[in-house]
Write a protein that binds this ligand. Structure first.
Ligand code: GLA
Length: 405
């Protein structure tokens, strides 16, 4: 891209969305003038597998995400298309499917059902739409492509149907869609991280009561790099649901000894230490991870507040070790990335982000150290696995919005 003086300028979101509008016309007709929306992905820096245990998490939105183009149609039907799929999914607003079909369109269909019922509760009716999804976020990489799509869909439907729903209503509609319709037992972190994003801040979200605050993040001094192993595990969803069930089992067993506890996050380390012999060893390891990770996440917040990036990074790397040894959600490719990242000058810490089982490592580093980090990650990873990871430095993001392209 170049401006009128011929000077190259970076490709911005408006340019990307212009491309997306072009793709929309290719799919739905040359005359269409869609409205365009962007919804970010997220990285989680601390609080691994804590959201569904009522613990605190510290995610931040990134400047990659889902693009949506929507244009009205008059026949009361909704057509869903994706730049990643040649098939078109068409449904009638009056007869939305009540069962998932095991395909990507389940996500927006689940959201459609939720937003439509919120609309009807306010006496409004939805109207037909052609919708094209696309984006620049790797799918299934632990960067919350599904929450990005679901919250983005809720936001865009609210906007084109003129509903004026509260942001938290949209976030919760996205969450219900994923849990109820798609069938993933996910916690609240991802839709909250996307929907409540604020540029230049990490979100501190207490998943026990849903309270949140923004923690300033010094983008002038620090960078967040993400290294993608390109490993995608087909069965990750089942393994994730299994972790949720194991944590539930740990809580059920331990609450007997600490009756005031309302979730695993509330269980004290002393309670676990005293009663772990009575637990299945795998369940005990899961509980150890959760209870220690809660303490690490508070300690990382304290470090951030006193400007101690090194102290924050140490907790990130400890979190990774715990996910590898106690929670069993890492893979050798992620361990390799974390190991070579933390050996690089200027790097404060690294860990896998998202659920694990492949996907990405997130790395906290000093500004200026990115080139050396990328060089080392490429060299070390290629030496072990014979191929390169994808390493990127992400900026922050302000959350879902309409884009005038
Ligand atoms: C996935 C889930 C989140 C959270 C993380 C692990 O991303 O969608 O709710 O549980 O894994 O921290």
């Amino acid at each position: 891209m170049a401006d009128s003086t011929g000077t190259p300028r970076p490709v911005g979101e408006a340019d990307l969305l212009v491309e997306h509008a072009r793709a929309f016309r290719g799919r739905f007709g040359a005359g269409a003038r869609p409205r365009l929306y962007f919804s970010p992905g997220r990285v989680n820096l601390m609080g691994a597998h804590l959201d569904y245990n009522g613990g605190p998490v510290m995610p931040t939105a990134i400047d990659r995400g889902t693009f949506l183009a929507l244009a009205p149609r008059s026949d009361g039907r909704i057509a869903l298309a994706s730049t990643l799929d040649s098939a078109l999914v068409e449904v009638d607003l009056a007869h939305l499917p009540s069962e998932r079909a095991g395909r990507w369109a389940d996500y927006p269909l689940g959201v459609l059902r939720e937003v439509l019922s919120l609309a009807r509760a306010r006496g409004a009716r939805g109207s037909g739409l052609d919708v094209l999804f696309g984006g620049n976020l790797p799918v299934g990489a632990g960067l919350s492509s599904s929450a990005s799509m679901c919250v983005g869909t809720a936001f865009a439907l609210d906007s084109v149907w003129g509903l004026d729903l509260a942001r938290l209503d949209l976030v919760n509609a996205a969450l219900r869609a994923e849990r109820g319709f798609v069938g993933v037992q996910c916690g609240i972190m991802d839709p909250y991280a996307v929907g409540l994003a604020r540029e230049g801040a990490l979100l501190w979200l207490d998943c026990k009561d849903g309270s949140s605050e923004y923690l300033p993040f010094d983008h002038a001094r620090l960078s967040i790099a993400v290294a993608d192993t390109l490993v995608r595990r087909e069965l990750a969803q089942g393994a994730f649901n299994e972790r949720v069930a194991q944590c539930r089992a740990a809580f059920e067993a331990l609450r007997i000894h600490q009756p005031e506890a309302t979730c695993l996050r509330d269980v004290r380390y002393e309670t676990l230490a005293e009663h772990q012999a009575g637990l299945d060893p795998t369940i005990a390891r899961r509980a150890h991870h959760v209870i220690r990770e809660v303490a690490r996440t508070f300690s990382a917040r304290d470090a951030l507040r006193r400007g101690d990036a090194g102290g924050f990074g140490v907790e990130m790397t400890r979190a990774h070790d715990s996910m590898r040894e106690l929670f069993d959600v890492s893979v050798p490719e992620l361990d390799r990335l974390v190991e070579s990242a933390v050996g690089t000058p200027g790097v404060h810490g690294a860990r896998l982000t998202g659920a694990g089982f492949g996907g990405c490592a997130v790395i906290l580093l000093e500004k200026g150290a990115e080139a050396e980090l990328t060089r080392r990650l490429h060299a070390d990873f290629s030496a072990t696995f014979g191929r390169a990871p994808v390493v990127e430095v992400y900026g922050g993001d302000a959350g879902p919005r309409e884009i005038q392209a």
